[in-house]
Design a binder for this molecule. Structure first.
Ligand code: CA
Length: 232
């Protein structure tokens, strides 16, 4: 029995029904809201484990909903947006959303996103508290020594690559936007920073993924940013 409680915020009945049917079939518990005001109310009174949030709501901007909820809660928020709303998606992530789904999405995509989030909920907090070492699959970061290892072999990273790796690791499972990353690494987010970020990410990834059959630790989200994948 799956005890995860999901708050579904969606004003389009067809999409809402698809999500509810899927959640029911997989033993999730759920609540629904058709607008932002109800979403905030439900989120505060029922403490859901995960929120699925449509960005285009009738009464307020979905991003406003995220900002409100983030004033008191770190509940994972997965935003749902139309393909034409790429910028909204990035703004939503910058406002504190954890992940996104683009309409139209399949039932499998929805379930996959929920699994990623649940996995993070199950293991994430513990790792954040015990902050001296980070382990994910064959990757290990010793924050105290300032070294990273893959299969117990030290990775020779430049200071920026190491900073990037730590930032991704501290937010494992979460999509980080270009703006978020560049602001954390360089303290600002200029056009050039995004271009150099792309270069640093490419070299970092080459060091982490030595041969073609090794696990993929870093996902690229075109036009959005990057995510470190939580390994099984
Ligand atoms: Ca909508």
């Amino acid at each position: 029995m799956n005890k995860t409680l999901i708050l579904v915020v969606e004003d389009d009945r067809t999409v809402q029904n698809l999500m509810i049917t899927t959640l029911k079939a997989h033993d999730y518990r759920y609540l629904t809201a058709m607008n932002g005001e109800t979403a905030i109310l439900e989120a505060s009174s029922h403490n859901p484990d995960i929120i699925l949030l449509d960005l285009g709501l009738p009464d307020m901007d979905g991003i406003e909903v995220i900002r409100k909820i983030r004033t008191w809660s770190n509940v994972p928020i997965i935003v749902i947006s139309a393909r034409s709303e790429d910028m909204d998606k990035v703004d939503a992530l910058d406002a504190g959303a954890d992940d996104y789904l683009t309409k139209p999405f399949s039932v499998e995509e929805l379930l996959a996103r929920l699994r990623v989030t649940e996995r993070r909920l199950a293991t994430g907090q513990g790792e954040q508290v015990n902050a001296s070492t980070f382990v994910n699959g064959k990757l290990r970061i010793d924050y105290v020594a300032g070294c990273a290892y893959l299969e117990e072999q030290e990775l020779h990273l430049t200071p920026i690559e190491y900073k990037l790796l730590c930032l991704l690791a501290k937010n494992v499972g979460k999509v980080l936007t270009h703006t978020f990353i560049t602001q954390n690494i360089w303290g600002h987010s200029w056009e050039n920073d995004v271009a150099s970020l792309r270069v640093f990410m490419a070299t970092l990834r080459r060091r982490l993924e030595k041969n073609s059959d090794s696990a993929q630790y870093i996902q690229t989200h075109v036009g959005v940013g990057y995510r470190m994948v939580k390994m099984e």
